[in-house]
Design a protein. Structure first.
Length: 139
């Protein structure tokens, strides 16, 4: 059996649900958090962080010097808009469908040391507004 070499969905024959299989995700530069205690104080800017303003991302592009929330198309997406439409039945227990789509990354703040819980209410509103905008754009 030859499986699709691009992002696709596979049917789970036990529950009838389709599961996304994203083969390109294993090429991401960060595959999970390694266990260590966080430092007491993080810097507001980290020159080695892929998401900080002005830094080069793992995919080679450089972030602009953003001053608020920032969104960009994921360099290592779980979905690919170029995936061709189609479906196959390689075996009665192995059915696939294409899985085209777009993945975006949303940086909440230009500050490396902030997460949502530490942001002001207006900053959180902007994050939620951008989530809404992205959802509407991608729907």
């Amino acid at each position: 059996m030859e499986l699709p070499d691009r992002t696709h969905r596979r049917l789970n024959p036990l529950n009838g649900r389709w599961v996304l299989v994203s083969k390109g995700r294993t090429a991401r530069p960060w595959l999970g958090k390694e266990g260590s205690l966080p430092s007491v104080r993080r810097p507001s800017y980290d020159p080695d962080c892929y998401l900080c303003p002005g830094n080069e991302r793992a995919g080679g592009q450089r972030n602009p010097g953003f001053e608020g929330t920032f969104v960009f198309t994921n360099d290592f997406p779980g979905l690919d808009p170029g995936t061709p439409e189609g479906s196959t039945e390689l075996h009665p227990l192995l059915q696939t469908r294409s899985g085209p789509g777009t993945c975006r990354v949303l940086c909440f703040s230009p500050r490396h040391d902030l997460d949502l819980a530490l942001m002001s209410v207006p900053e959180i509103h902007r994050v939620v507004d951008l989530w809404f905008e992205q959802t509407a754009e991608l729907a």
